[in-house]
Design a protein around this ligand. Structure first.
Ligand SMILES: C[S@@+](CC[C@H](N)C(=O)[O-])C[C@H]1O[C@@H](n2cnc3c(N)ncnc32)[C@H](O)[C@@H]1O
Length: 299
């Protein structure tokens, strides 16, 4: 059985977690930090493989962190409440979704958030300018079945209980205590989607702040991996990062884009993964990766 999968989240790294984690082929005496956690795909996969001694799940979106807290501490309660919502929708799913969305926008209840994510179009959370969840329901599906949520929540809890810290806030604060014994995986909102008009994330990240954060990690010799830009067919998204950061860039095969499939094209998405100098130093297998400059490798 693979790693648990509890929160269906558009953009989850679940499918490429193995390709990302293969660069942690050394003992991590400290913790694995995931400060842009979303569905925490990398933490769950790393914990299933026993990659680190502890884990830090962080995200700026507080209801998501609250959801992680209750999944880990009381998975049965989450499952029971999710089941109640899921069953209650059956007589009128569309209207029920709208009611729960209105309630969620007033009370930020994390289990309602889980229900909305599971039921909404492409599992893609969207917010309006007031920060309210405004994605529509996917009328062809009822959302993850309650028994699956129960099973996966219990598995995630078994894996992480007592071994994880949960922090809501900005990535710079979440990473404040990270040391050279730890390892950091970052998946910030992509540049291509980080402008004011894009409602994909509750918060957007300025490139300068990200670069500042990477510089700080380098100064403290904290090894990190960063998913950032990429290409799909002949389109490129995101900009290159400054060479002064000394990052090694890897192309990770992320499969065929669903948009391209809809258009009958064969475009393959290649996501970039950047490895920090102190991570490359520790990497055992792919020694040729060591480089002081940006270097692109495809697998
Ligand atoms: C691309 S998603 C991460 C998806 C994740 N890798 C997964 O597998 O599900 C980016 C996440 O970063 C969070 N975020 C945005 N700005 C942030 C910030 N300044 N600090 C911490 N988290 C932030 C968003 O709420 C969102 O959950």
């Amino acid at each position: 059985m693979g790693a648990p999968h509890v929160i269906p989240y558009q953009g989850s790294k679940r499918k490429i977690a193995d390709d990302i984690l293969k660069y942690i082929d050394f003992d991590v005496p400290g913790k694995l930090y995931e400060p842009f956690a979303g569905s925490a795909a990398i933490t769950l996969s790393a914990a299933a493989k026993g990659k680190a001694n502890g884990y830090v799940i962080g995200d700026k979106y507080e209801p998501l962190v609250e959801l992680w807290k209750i999944i880990i501490e009381s998975p049965e309660d989450v499952a029971n409440r999710y089941e109640h919502l899921w069953m209650s929708q059956l007589s009128n799913p569309r209207e029920f979704f709208t009611q729960i969305r209105d309630q969620y926008n007033a009370d930020s209840d994390p289990v309602k958030f889980l229900y909305l994510v599971a039921r909404c179009v492409k599992n893609a959370i969207r917010f309006n300018s007031k920060g309210e969840f405004n994605q529509s329901p996917d009328n062809r599906r009822l959302g993850t079945k309650p028994e699956r949520v129960r099973r996966e929540a219990k598995r995630a809890s078994q894996l992480l209980k007592g071994r994880v810290e949960l922090r809501s806030g900005d990535f710079l604060d979440i990473l404040e205590c990270a040391t050279s014994d730890d390892i950091v995986y970052m998946d910030p909102p992509w540049q291509g989607t980080s402008n004011k008009k894009d409602p994909r994330y509750a918060y957007l990240l300025e490139l300068d702040r990200l670069i500042y954060g990477l510089e700080q990690l380098n100064k403290r010799n904290v090894p990190f991996m960063l998913s950032f830009d990429g290409t799909c067919g002949d389109r490129t998204y995101g900009n290159e990062l400054p060479t002064e950061l000394g990052l090694t860039k890897i192309g990770v095969h992320a499969g065929r884009s669903s948009q391209a499939t809809l258009l009958g094209r064969e475009d393959i998405t290649i996501e970039s993964l950047y490895l920090s100098p102190s991570l490359v130093e520790r990497c055992n297998s792919d020694k040729p990766l060591i480089s002081s400059e940006l270097q692109l490798q495809f697998f």
